[in-house]
Design a protein around this ligand. Structure first.
Ligand SMILES: C[S@@+](CC[C@H](N)C(=O)[O-])C[C@H]1O[C@@H](n2cnc3c(N)ncnc32)[C@H](O)[C@@H]1O
Length: 283
């Protein structure tokens, strides 16, 4: 049975690694938050005024504002595409993906998980990490990968060649809608749902839909627990990333997944980070 005490005991090593990493990586988040206000105010801000770890975000913010100055937003803007390419290769992005998938695998062992469900898989970077982790651990859990966009079908097709042993299914699912009969037929309980940066692009209504097919959640959505937003939050809204407030998420957790554990609480306390970067929730 999954309990907070079991998580603390069985995931202690992962928690230690993750908390250390977050403290190191985001310790100076306030410097970036203040600088982001100056950038938003169109002041000149040199990169060397901001810790190197935030430079990809700085570049992204500057490109979004440049496009805004021109009055047109273009997803295919080469500078924006280049920055997305840089972010997915960043050490934190890879580490974060490794951590989310390692936690999901550990929890699956604890609860006797039968299916993994990934939502908002996009370019399948997180899926790739999960498949790598399963291979390293000699595990072949059924994995159902979904996204609202049909491009997921091609992205997963590409991955299948690299992981011929994987038990992998791909389906389209807009998590704002209730799960289809086809999706329901593919998931066997206990189902572990893991994801990163997806709920921010959907709406909180997604909770009641995912509760219909998932028993345990590993969420990487940066829920804001202070209620205070910074200039970067406001600017990233323009690329569709809506900040989600934990005060809005909590009632939904209480209703659908009444047990939860804030995996990075010690890091939040140590550096006063305004976001919950990793949350485990279960029925
Ligand atoms: C920032 S990407 C994250 C990709 C992936 N989770 C990762 O971490 O590498 C957000 C993804 O969420 C998907 N998405 C956005 N709204 C969605 C919705 N309502 N239902 C399902 N997927 C959605 C997008 O299509 C996109 O692939």
């Amino acid at each position: 049975m999954l309990t907070e005490a079991v998580i603390k005991e069985k995931l202690a090593d992962l928690e230690e690694q993750y908390v250390e990493h977050v403290i190191q990586r985001f310790g100076e988040w306030e410097v970036w938050a203040k600088a982001s206000q100056r950038i938003a105010d169109r002041e000149e801000v040199r990169e060397d005024e901001i810790p190197q770890v935030f430079h990809a975000e700085v570049k992204m913010m500057k490109v979004i504002l440049e496009m805004e100055n021109l009055g047109t937003f273009d997803w295919n803007n080469p500078k924006l595409r280049k920055i997305f390419g840089e972010i997915v290769k960043e050490p934190f992005y890879l580490f974060y993906g490794g951590m989310i998938t390692a936690i999901a695998l550990r929890l699956a062992d604890i609860v006797g998980g039968k299916t993994f469900l990934e939502i908002g898989a996009g370019k399948a970077n997180l899926t790739n990490i999960m498949l790598q982790k399963m291979r390293e651990n000699n595990k072949v859990f059924p994995l159902v990968v979904t996204d609202a966009q049909p491009v997921i079908l091609d992205n997963i097709k590409g991955l299948k060649d690299n992981y011929p042993q994987a038990n992998l299914e791909t389906l389209l699912w807009d998590i704002v809608d209730t799960p289809s009969d086809e999706l329901r037929s593919k998931v066997v309980s206990p189902t572990l749902l893991y994801e990163r940066y997806t709920l921010n692009y959907a709406t909180l209504k997604a909770f009641e839909n995912i509760a219909q097919v998932a028993d345990v959640l590993v969420l990487g959505d940066w829920f804001n627990h202070t209620g205070k937003l910074y200039a970067y939050d406001e600017v990233f809204k323009r690329i569709g990333a809506q900040p989600l407030f934990f005060s809005d998420v909590k009632p939904l957790l209480d209703r659908f997944f009444p047990n939860y554990y804030i995996f990075d609480q010690r890091a939040i306390d140590a550096i006063k980070l305004p976001n919950i970067t990793l949350l485990i929730a279960w029925k």
